[in-house]
Design a protein around this ligand. Structure first.
Ligand code: COA
Ligand code: AMP
Length: 630
């Protein structure tokens, strides 16, 4: 089938299309119903199917000839450790850890928070939770205790699984103190905390609550897979919204498994038995979908890499890994390639390695700028696929469908809508715009399998945040346009979310933190172009009258506050004091206008502006401070 035929079928006959894809998986009770509405009026896939995601990802393969195939390759330049698990070994470790969790009272529907570095035990913990029909919520290790606490409080886990430390290049980050602080900050307290002890820094355990991973495993009986309905949640993954409260994106079991398995073929052109490497972290959606679930559901070998693209030990890391493990598809954020390019512009390191196994490089997480795209194509000699997706969708909304038909790439575009996604560009009134015109990018409902059915515990927030702006559509929060050939160009967020090194952060949350400083009257945080990280946050700060604080001290205090509350991953390093901020007459800061200035776009000054002179003034300040793109 051509891409056009496959896409057409997915949009016009979605039930037939997805029923066929669902048949590729090992259900306990195959679904008879394909697309129905739930009690909230939300489209749901395969609602009467019974299954277990960990069964589909592990046991099924063990029972069907893949027991001795490598399931996970762990490679850690920072811990100087390499390890491999076959499907049988991984299934057994997962079953035993599931038994350990069950011993702590974890049952179907219970939540388990996982706060771990990139080690195989993180994957084992996720799959063990899935095996019990429970719900995991993985929190990225670069988040500070406050962020972890917010997630614990919202997810209310019975158990928290962590490790004694993470390793950031040469820095050992002790996790246990961070976890203890988070638990003390949270109103909800998990009953038990299971700690995987690493030799780089052993944690001291509190006997009343903490349990050593090895002790928990030693006493546990392997647990069987617990059947769940396709619509039962598999995980919650928190992501940044426009406010300080992160959104718990819920992923169900059935639609997720069907979509990911399909994507492994259609988007990534992978066959079972081949090696797939997503150089991300299990704390992000890319890690959930393409380090853990996608490759394993498809019977591939996946890679858990505890290192960076550079400095561990050098900019040849990606090429070394590709040679060593015969990687067929490499998936990373554009920032990673910008980092490699910065250190090795001529890609001299590449000559030291045989990357002949590599078929395609995939990039996502942020806009892929044409220079990075062209550099990677030229140096690797491989096609580079820019694909666009979000935590909410769990898989690519737009991509070059290399497993169906490779389309001619266009730099700056994430190519065409993936089958299942009816992508439209809308004007402010919700009318579909013609080719070439920029607007809000929305997906006409129904969303395909795999996309979120709700926000954890907050259906109203799901509806108001995503489904209300344009009735009948899911609003992505991204803006852009389609060209005459239907290629989609994503130009950036239309809200206060920014992308820093492929990590999604909320400027609203940073503003709440800055506003808590004694000297700050008002502030706005904007994303400013950065040649390595794509964007970095910068605070524009208005001081309270009569405040006597020098700018350097203020900046270092504000930087410290953001680091303490959100974590180092926020990369907040700059605050600029301004005499005033452009506002409406009702006192609302014109954030969109500030974003437009920073992006060097034409500014739209609303008629409700309080003082029009504040616009050229802030433009001038931002220009002289180097806060304007280009
Ligand atoms: N645990 C604790 N701290 C972490 C962390 C983790 N898992 N990950 C990052 N951090 C810390 C870093 O140590 C750094 O702290 P510092 O300010 O004390 O130095 C800070 O967070 C910023 O980290 P990072 O953005 O990774 O910057 P870097 O300068 O260390 O590395 C790159 C730059 C380009 C190598 C890195 O950003 C990178 O690999 N980017 C790819 C991103 C990616 O894969 N995104 C996934 C989405 S698909
Ligand atoms: P996250 O939910 O963390 O995966 O971030 C999703 C956001 O990252 C999207 O809404 C986009 O703003 C941005 N993004 C992801 N992939 C791309 C891409 N290929 N091109 C442009 N922006 C992207």
């Amino acid at each position: 089938m051509t891409y056009a035929e496959e896409y057409r079928q997915s949009i016009h006959e979605p039930e037939k299309f997805w029923a066929d894809k669902a048949a590729r998986l090992a259900w306990f009770t195959p679904p008879k119903s394909v697309l129905t509405k739930d009690d909230n009026g939300i489209d749901r896939w395969f609602s009467d199917g019974e299954m277990n995601t960990a069964y589909m990802a592990l046991d099924h393969h063990v029972e069907n000839g893949r027991a001795d195939q490598v399931a996970i390759i762990y490679d850690s330049p920072v811990a100087q450790s390499k390890q491999q698990y076959t499907y049988l070994q991984l299934r057994d470790a997962v079953a035993t850890f599931a038994g350990a969790l069950r011993d702590q009272g974890v049952e179907k529907g219970d939540r388990v928070v996982i706060y771990m570095p990139m080690i195989p035990e993180a994957v084992i913990a996720m799959l063990a939770v899935a095996r019990l029909g429970a719900i995991h919520s993985v929190v990225f290790g670069g988040f500070a205790p406050h962020e972890l606490a917010v997630r614990i409080e919202d997810a209310e886990p019975k158990v928290l699984v962590t490790a004694s430390c993470g390793i950031e290049v040469a820095k050992v980050i002790e996790y246990k103190g961070l976890v203890d602080e988070a638990i003390s900050l949270s109103k909800h307290k998990p009953d038990c905390c299971i700690v995987y002890q690493r030799e780089q820094a052993r944690a001291s355990l509190d006997q009343s609550r903490d349990l050593d991973w090895n002790d928990a495993m030693a006493g546990a009986e392997p647990a069987d897979c617990v059947p769940v309905m396709a619509t039962d949640p598999l995980y919650i993954l928190y992501t940044s919204g426009t406010t300080g409260k992160p959104k718990g994106v819920v992923r169900d079991n059935g639609g997720h498994a069907v979509a990911l398995k399909y994507s492994m073929d259609a988007v990534y052109n992978m066959r079972p038995g081949e090696v797939f490497w997503a150089a991300s972290d299990v704390g992000w959606v890319v890690g959930h979908s393409y380090i853990v679930y996608g490759p394993l559901l498809h019977g591939c070998t996946t890679v858990v890499y505890e290192g960076k693209p550079v400095r561990t030990p050098d900019s040849g890391a990606f090429w070394r890994m590709t040679e060593e493990y015969k990687i067929k598809a490499l998936f990373a954020a554009p920032t990673a390639f910008r980092a490699i390019r910065k250190e090795d512009p001529e890609a001299l390191q590449l000559a030291n390695y045989d990357i002949s196994s590599l078929e395609t490089v995939f990039m996502a997480g942020e806009r892929l700028d044409p220079p990075t795209y062209l550099w990677t194509v030229e140096k690797t000699g491989r096609p580079v696929v820019d694909h666009w997706w979000q935590t909410e969708t769990g898989w690519a909304i737009c991509a070059n469908p290399t497993g169906i038909e490779t389309m001619k790439p266009k730099p700056g575009s994430s190519t065409l809508p993936t089958p299942g996604f009816n992508v439209q560009v809308l004007d402010a009134q919700g009318n579909e715009l013609p080719a070439g015109e920029q607007g809000a990018i929305a997906i006409k409902q129904p969303l395909p399998p795999g996309c979120l059915p709700t926000i954890w515990g907050d259906i109203a927030r799901f509806k108001s945040g995503y489904l209300s702006d344009f009735p009948g559509y899911y609003c992505s929060g991204d803006g852009g346009y389609k060209d005459d050939d239907g290629y989609v160009f994503i130009m950036g967020r239309t809200d206060d979310v920014i992308n820093v090194a492929g990590h999604r952060l909320s400027t609203g949350e940073m503003e709440e933190i800055l506003a808590a400083h004694n000297a700050v009257a008002e502030c706005s945080v904007i994303g400013v172009h950065d040649s390595l990280k794509g964007q970095v946050p910068v605070g524009l700060v208005l001081l309270k009258d009569g405040t006597d604080i020098d700018e350097e001290t203020l900046q270092s205090e504000l930087v410290g506050m953001v680091r303490k509350e959100i974590g180092p991953i926020a990369c907040f390093q700059r605050a600029v004091v301004v005499p005033r901020l452009p506002k409406t007459r009702s006192g609302k800061i014109l954030r969109k206008l500030l974003r437009q200035i920073a992006a060097d776009q034409d500014v739209t000054v609303p008629s409700t502006i309080d003082d029009p002179a504040s616009v050229p003034e802030i433009q001038e300040i931002m220009k002289t401070q180097g806060l304007v793109n280009g």
